[in-house]
Design a protein. Structure first.
Length: 247
């Protein structure tokens, strides 16, 4: 009987300790995610260059069944856009930052990193180089800003930050209402129209498409994030560069 009591007390102590540890880890994770979210919002406000056509980064009231006339016009015939973010300032703050990615009406509004000597450096680091479970979107080491298929990786976060919201593109109405990705570098701002949403894996040939110098006459921006429980599964958002012409 005494031994049974000892075993019971021991088990209670062990489970209590595990509960406390799990609670602490959960609090740390949630705190880390909220800090990352706040840091990116602060950074976006810091580097934005005010213009006459400022867009809201609100994802709450954008899902209608049909796109607005302005969105349709932007997709079919984008206008040459002014520089909207201070990329030189970002590079002064961190010289591994090469640009900024933004999708109107979504939470995608982030700096983009490129560190060829340490390809996955920003997988678990923030813009300032400190630990962060959210990481920062970064370019595939096989690519460059002059690649005809620039692949950008980002975490599929449960709170829909980073590339977590990309899963919404599996809904055709969502794609219809958020069809354009903006990617800005020191060379200027370019628009990319989403042409395919692909559920695939790390072995997909698209990960090497146009990376070895071959050309199909088009330029692409590809966003890649994890998808589902399979560690090798990926969700790709493939977008084609739009020719900017005066209206």
């Amino acid at each position: 009987m005494l031994n049974n009591k000892k075993i019971r007390y021991t088990l209670i102590a062990v489970f209590s300790a595990l509960f406390v540890i799990s609670a602490v880890m959960l609090i740390f994770t949630l705190t880390d995610r909220e800090k990352a979210k706040s840091d990116f919002e602060d950074l976006a406000e810091l580097v934005v260059v005010e213009s006459e056509e400022s867009d809201s980064n609100d994802d709450s009231n954008t899902d209608s069944s049909e796109p607005t006339q302005s969105e349709t016009t932007t997709v079919s015939k984008p206008k040459p856009a002014p520089i909207t973010r201070n990329i030189p300032l970002l590079k002064e703050m961190n010289n591994e930052c090469v640009g900024w990615i933004y999708i109107k009406g979504t939470k995608v509004n982030y700096p983009v990193m490129y560190s060829p000597t340490n390809p996955e450096k920003y997988l678990k680091r923030n813009f300032y180089g400190n630990y962060s479970g959210s990481g920062v979107p970064f370019i595939d080491v096989r690519c460059g800003l002059d690649s005809t298929n620039t692949i950008i990786y980002g975490h599929n976060m449960k709170n829909l930050t980073m590339f977590g919201g990309l899963r919404k593109y599996l809904d055709k109405n969502y794609l219809k209402n958020h069809p354009v990705i903006e990617f800005e570098t020191e060379s200027g701002l370019n628009y990319y129209k989403i042409v395919e949403v692909r559920k695939t894996d790390i072995y997909d040939s698209w990960f090497t498409h146009n990376l070895a110098g071959e050309q199909d006459g088009k330029e692409y921006l590809t966003l890649s994030t994890c998808y589902g429980s399979n560690k090798k599964a990926r969700l790709l958002i493939i977008a084609e560069k739009q020719v900017q012409t005066e209206e």
